[in-house]
Write a protein that binds this ligand. Structure first.
Ligand code: ATP
Length: 230
């Protein structure tokens, strides 16, 4: 069962002076949780998500993923660990407009092949990408390009891309920020279904309706955890 444990995480940025954006963050994320990270603008939510997603390193503190100390990994191992364990979903979908939905999903398995010794064949990549799109309800839209799809459908493609590697964790930074309330609800249903099937989900959000559908809400203020509970 995958878990994440952060202990004493601090993050500094040096601009004109040193600013401490995350202050002594300790938390354990258990397998199967669905977590919202909330807090005012500038409180450090995205910085924390980037550290959890191995996109950025803490200045101080330890990060364990499944008993492995992430600070000991070299860049290539970090990239492999990230690609294998973590799927990302972004506010603006981050899809490639020149590629079909299917190709946008398949690209994640091509990245996987860059880092993994055990390669996924073209045939398997195609089947897994189709299965991921079917699981988010896009069986009739696989060959369309992102701009031929609605915002909610584009976000479903992005979710399919995030899950095609079977990651334990899905990290979503304002996944419904660009969507209306009905589409937000649809995307939450998709995320909740993935959570019921065993994915651990962490969502940064300003939307209390989104947060209230999670099992745990972590609230940040000025880089500190000020609340953490159901
Ligand atoms: N690369 C960087 N260099 C310098 N300062 C940074 C950098 N990244 C973030 N910051 C600062 O760190 C603080 C926290 O930023 P972060 O993006 O994590 O906040 P947030 O809670 O996600 O905000 P929002 O809700 O507006 O997205 C802000 O003051 C921001 O200006």
């Amino acid at each position: 069962m995958s878990y994440i444990e952060l202990n004493g995480i601090n993050k500094y940025f040096e601009v004109a002076e040193r600013i401490n954006v995350l202050k002594d963050i300790s938390l354990r994320i258990h397998h199967g949780e669905m977590i919202a990270i909330m807090g005012p603008s500038g409180s450090g939510k995205s910085t924390l998500l980037n550290i959890l997603g191995l996109l950025d390193r803490p200045s101080l503190g330890t990060y364990f993923l499944d008993d492995k100390d992430m600070s000991l990994l070299k860049e290539k191992e970090r990239a492999f660990t990230r690609n294998k364990n973590i799927g990302f979903v972004f506010q603006n979908f981050n899809l490639i407009n020149e590629l079909s939905a299917l190709e946008n999903v398949k690209i994640n398995l091509q990245f996987y092949n860059l880092y993994s010794k055990k390669k996924v064949t073209h045939k398997e990549a195609l089947q897994r990408s189709k299965d991921a799109l079917i699981s988010v309800g896009l069986e009739d839209h696989m060959y369309k390009r992102p701009l031929q799809l609605s915002g909610g459908q584009q976000q479903r493609v992005a979710i399919a891309r995030a899950i095609v590697n079977n990651p334990s964790f899905i990290l979503a930074d304002e996944p419904t920020g660009a969507l209306d309330s009905n589409t937000t609800e649809e995307i939450m249903q998709v995320l909740k279904r993935l959570n019921q099937h065993g994915n651990t989900i962490i969502i940064v959000t300003h939307n209390t309706d989104v947060a209230n559908q999670c099992n745990r809400i972590i609230e940040l203020k000025d880089g500190e955890i000020v609340a953490d509970g159901a």
